[in-house]
Design a protein around this ligand. Structure first.
Ligand code: ATP
Ligand code: MN
Length: 322
């Protein structure tokens, strides 16, 4: 079991410093003692007035809940040094200039012809450093550093056509029904984008290949329930109005946006936990950099944090076998 004392004391210390959030000229002390926010007034999400300082504060507010989903995982980020209206890039390799206390895990990338030193974010200081780097989206891998070949997060990525969130909800309910029949207890979150992620934390037993097989088998079982609504078809033209269930998001090379991670889009929406019973009443824009810190008392948040600290679930043999 991991030790959370260091994280919790950081958060408590930060809450003690009760400073106004906006219009401070002087750099505000962040929760991190190691990271000084540079150019704190720089607007990262101009439409909603979120500065770099406000973003680092946001990360400090969600740290307790997001860190369990980043712990020991190779982390990729989407950086946007000039904010959401500027250039963005998906960054895997930790920059050479990173301070020596930033942890990394190096993974060979034969296709790129070199190794990638992924950042590993296990504490509030690293989170603050990432915020100061304008890493606007956090994308952990579904594997942990000590067993990189054994995935421990089964993910159903639900991508609706156009912006039809209701179709994504209908698909998510079918995924949940199927998982219930298989004895799995899934977690649900909005992606902060168009769709929904259904996630099952699993024991690290099946090989990556078996795991991938199980994810594809699961998608098939869901699609069989409503083939006129669902598809695993990659080509958009062939999908038509159907919702895409993408099982290819499973395995060591994949990533998944972390819960509470904002998205690098103008509205500043974030990925956020939802209870299945609430799926029909929420919309993705309910969850933003502004609203999320006020919603951390929700039962769905507790459910995700408990699951992050609980042992993984076993995949049923019916999914694992051929
Ligand atoms: P949406 O609900 O809008 O689909 P999403 O996070 O599921 O949001 P997808 O485009 O479906 O976005 O991608 C699924 C996952 O693939 C993301 O969560 C992310 O971790 C990963 N991903 C996104 N962009 C890249 C990229 N450029 N390179 C590698 N992986 C990426
Ligand atoms: Mn998606």
């Amino acid at each position: 079991m991991r030790d959370t004392t260091d994280i919790d004391s950081d958060i408590v210390a930060d809450r003690g410093i009760d400073l106004p959030t906006i219009t401070l000229r002087m750099p505000k002390p962040s929760s991190s003692t190691r990271v000084e926010v540079t150019r704190p007034d720089k607007l990262l999400w101009p439409t909603i007035g979120i500065t770099k300082q406000a973003y680092v504060d946001y990360l400090s507010a969600v740290a307790e809940h997001v860190l369990p989903w980043l712990r020991d995982r190779p982390l990729s980020v989407i950086r946007a040094p000039d904010g959401v209206d500027g250039e963005r890039y998906f960054q895997k390799n930790t920059p050479k200039y990173a301070p020596s206390w930033i942890k990394t895990v190096t993974i060979p990338a034969p296709s790129a012809g070199r190794d990638v030193a992924y950042t590993v974010c296990n504490d509030a200081d690293t989170l603050a450093w990432l915020g100061n780097q304008a890493a606007l989206e956090l994308h952990p891998a579904p594997v942990r550093r000590d067993k990189l070949e054994r995935p421990d997060l089964l993910v159903v990525d639900i991508d609706p056509p156009d912006d039809a969130f209701e179709a994504a909800v209908e698909a998510a309910l079918l995924v949940l029904e199927t998982m219930d029949d298989l004895g799995l207890e899934p977690l649900v979150k909005t992606t902060g984008g168009k769709g929904i992620h259904v996630v099952v934390p699993t024991v690290r037993r099946p090989s990556a290949e078996r795991f991938r097989h199980a994810a594809f088998r699961l998608a098939e079982l869901v699609i069989e329930r409503k083939p006129d609504l669902l598809t695993a078809e990659f080509r958009k033209a062939k999908r038509g109005a159907r919702v895409m269930l993408d099982p290819s998001r499973n395995g060591p090379g994949a990533t998944l946006v972390a819960p509470y991670s904002p998205r690098a889009r103008a509205e500043g929406t974030a990925s956020f936990p939802v209870l299945p019973k609430d799926l029909k009443t929420i919309t993705p824009t309910d969850f933003t950099l502004e609203t999320v810190p006020k919603l951390l008392g929700r039962p769905a948040v507790r459910r995700w944090t408990e699951a992050a600290n609980a042992p993984g679930q076993r995949l049923p043999a019916s999914l694992l076998r051929d």
